[in-house]
Design a binder for this molecule. Structure first.
Ligand SMILES: [Zn+2]
Length: 163
């Protein structure tokens, strides 16, 4: 007899290689603009190039698949400052990050608030949120948070706000 509390083992339990995980569902988002204001001098600057970055987000639990955001963004050149800058993507992720803010926030909470060891936090993120984060990456996030003045204040972490 099966009921709501029946134990169903996760088919992916013990999976170590990201290549063995189910294929990610791709979500396309855009921060691609013809013009943007220079963050230094406020001058309107035309688009110079277009790039795409991949951000691993919280996964799709219904389908059991990870979710990757393919974020297309424009790079602009300010002729006055002679600097390149990207369209603002700070609501999604930190510069150069491979994971969205909400993945980082979840991971740090598991360690700081729930006291999970890094490896257990990594497994929890996969099992319950369908996002694969190596435990060493979680460790880096927690330790980087700690450096900015005492213990990580999870309430200061950026919130969802994804469009
Ligand atoms: Zn400028």
């Amino acid at each position: 007899m099966s009921g709501p509390g029946e134990y169903l083992p996760d088919r992916t339990e013990g999976t170590a290689n990201p290549e063995d995980l189910p294929e990610a569902r791709i979500v396309r988002r855009s921060r691609n603009y013809p013009n943007q204001s220079c963050p230094r001098c406020d001058r309107r600057c035309g688009r110079d190039r277009v790039f795409t970055r991949v951000l691993h987000d919280v996964g799709d639990l219904v389908a059991g698949r990870p979710r990757d955001i393919h974020l297309v963004y424009s790079q602009h050149h300010c002729t006055r400052c002679r600097k390149y800058f990207n369209a603002d993507m700070s609501d999604y992720a930190l510069p150069k990050a491979h994971y969205t803010h909400r993945v980082v926030s979840l991971a740090v909470r598991l360690v700081v608030e729930d006291g999970l060891p890094y490896q257990a936090a990594s497994w929890h993120l996969w099992r319950d949120h369908r996002v694969f984060v190596p435990f060493a990456t979680i460790q880096n996030w927690v330790e980087a948070g700690g450096k900015k003045g005492g213990p990580t204040n999870v309430d200061d972490l950026p919130r969802l706000g994804l469009g």
